[in-house]
Design a binder for this molecule. Sequence first.
Ligand code: SAH
Length: 352
Amino acid sequence: MSALLPILLRRIEQSGPMPLSEYMALCLGHPEHGYYTSRDPLGAAGDFTTAPEISQMFGELLGLWLAQAWMDQGAPRGVYAELGPGRGTLSADALRAASRVPGLAEALGRPQLVDISPVLRARQAEALAGRDPEWRDRVEDLPDGPLFLLANEFFDALPIRQYQKRGGRWRERVVTAKDGKLALALGPLAKADDLPAHAPEGALREHSPACEAVAAQIGARLAAHGGAALIVDYGYPAQPLSGGDTFQAMRGHAYTDPYEAPGEADLTAHVDFAAIAKAAEAAGAKAWPLMTQGALLETLGITARAQALAARGDAEAVAAAHRRLCHPEEMGTLFKALALTGPDAPPPPGFG
Ligand code: SAH
């Protein structure tokens, strides 16, 4: 039973229908009954699995990517940060690999972890025991300095708004109540500034002010202090003109109705990488041409790493993980990698 449902119904009764972004933010982040605030959703017994949980190879290669970018920029004192670290596996693997580079661990100091989930913060503390991490509520709270940042499946969890073209005009989609249940409706006319005039009737556009705000924060820091950020997620290079509804709910590794059990399912949307790149560039950073996850991991040497691991252990499991991370029919092309740096930085590994 969803503890959040009566709270949402009452709120809608009192203040009217809410934008999808507000619904998504409450379902995921409600202080008591939010999906992320109240559980560890990852793994076989949870609702979904992510690349770092599939294999250590993912985090190791991303860690070496970051270490190379750090060396290429003159090995400065700076800040290591991860956004939405989940169980802490990515940072544990990345820092283990990157710390083999002399001086890196000392130069980057205490790992900075941005996460809203107390449950997952506890898991992160276990995974990074010995590295003395610090937690931050928001990207704005990160310390200043050259920023070396990783984010995997973080942006897809940030709230989106949806707009639909009906009768030639854009309206915002809102969540309302009907017969004691939540339902979708078309709300007020939307300001058409960001919405394409030529989109066909029925087009459904998604817009994430939250994604753009985080990208702008990262971009401003990279522009001011240098560093490099690698953002990996599923999404499209740019949203098609006619858009598409990518808002989805996952529970027990299966898709479910996003309005049925608020707070009990993971809610996500495809990431619009063009929008993120644009926001980071508007803040002064450089966005490198997007790569697929499969192409990036292959370029960074996943095959060699898989062979080395296979020689030491369960070759079949290593081959299966390699396939899952890189094959076009698995995560290889749906997932993309966006690299951001300061405007004058050399190309980060794999992006040159
Ligand atoms: N990166 C991890 C976990 C992905 S799940 C992995 O790849 O396995 C999304 C993560 O983002 C969780 O740790 C969740 O608690 C965190 N998160 C979701 N919304 C957030 C927000 N608005 N601010 C900070 N962290 C958030």
